[in-house]
Design a binder for this molecule. Structure first.
Ligand SMILES: [Zn+2]
Length: 263
């Protein structure tokens, strides 16, 4: 969850076989695997027609979606999964840990906090552990557990067109606030596990960062540069470590604020 802006973003081919079909509210990425389409996340329910339109306007058929991979188990990332699965017969993936949220066993989807009705619960077809690989067509996405935003948030790594792409699946801090953890009986060490995970992920070398919300990686500004002719607008090997450092700095600020409020 995050992001107050909900306006449209014109869909675009971001790099090689990777496209953006989401909106300002939340990212949805489409990868043309050579053997069907793979989606990363499916947006808020209110984005349903917009996503279908975006997929079509790039020349793809939503019925060709063969796989749906979820970054984490929050409402805004799986809002259209059942719809798209019914439309296409796609198989679905999420971490084993966050599957417990979307199947309703743990009430942590943030639907109510975000002002919406709970979604119909379901289980994904494939439950991911740390290090698992999702393979479809020519694409192999390595999934690493990146706990913090949820306990089962994933980070994704894959190659495309000579570049290494990555997405951190969730970095928002509101679900790591001490008050939230206490109210939901969640492990109090989640913020420190988030920090450890940020450090571990820094060892990965990454050429292109995909934001799981557009503002996470300046998606709109880069898309504008891309449209103006800069075909490498999304290529920036320094962005991944800068992004992870910025996440840790925000974590430190939150923890300092919480310490100040307690004393
Ligand atoms: Zn979230």
């Amino acid at each position: 969850m995050s992001g107050k802006r909900t306006g449209p973003i014109e869909p675009f081919r971001l790099w090689n076989n990777v496209c953006f079909v989401g909106s300002q509210a939340v990212s949805v990425h489409l990868i043309d695997t050579g053997d069907g389409l793979l989606l990363i996340d499916t947006g808020y329910p209110f984005m349903r027609d917009e996503i279908v339109r975006n997929i079509r306007s790039l020349g793809f058929d939503p019925a060709d979606v063969r796989g749906i991979l979820h970054s984490h188990g929050h409402y805004d990332h799986y809002g259209n999964t059942l719809y798209l699965k019914a439309l296409s017969g796609a198989e679905t993936w999420i971490s084993r840990i966050d599957n417990e949220i979307i199947n309703g066993r743990r009430d942590l989807s943030w639907a109510v906090e975000l002002g919406y009705e709970r979604l119909e619960p379901f289980d994904c077809d494939h439950l991911l552990e740390d290090g698992d690989v999702v393979a479809l067509g020519d694409v192999r996405i390595r999934c690493r557990l990146a706990p913090g935003h949820t306990e089962g948030t994933l980070a994704f790594f894959f190659e495309s067109g000579g570049m290494r792409l990555a997405m951190h699946g969730g970095v928002g801090l509101n679900s790591m606030a001490a008050s939230f953890l206490a109210a939901r009986d969640l492990p109090r060490d989640l913020p420190e596990r988030f920090r450890e995970s940020l450090h571990a992920l820094k060892a990965e070398s990454v050429d292109i960062v995909l934001g799981n919300h557009p503002e996470q990686s300046d998606t709109e500004a880069k898309a504008e540069r891309l449209r103006a002719g800069d075909l490498r607008a999304f290529v920036d090997p320094g962005e991944w470590p800068r992004f992870l450092d910025a996440c840790e700095a925000r974590l430190d600020e939150m923890l300092a604020r919480e310490r100040a409020e307690r004393s």
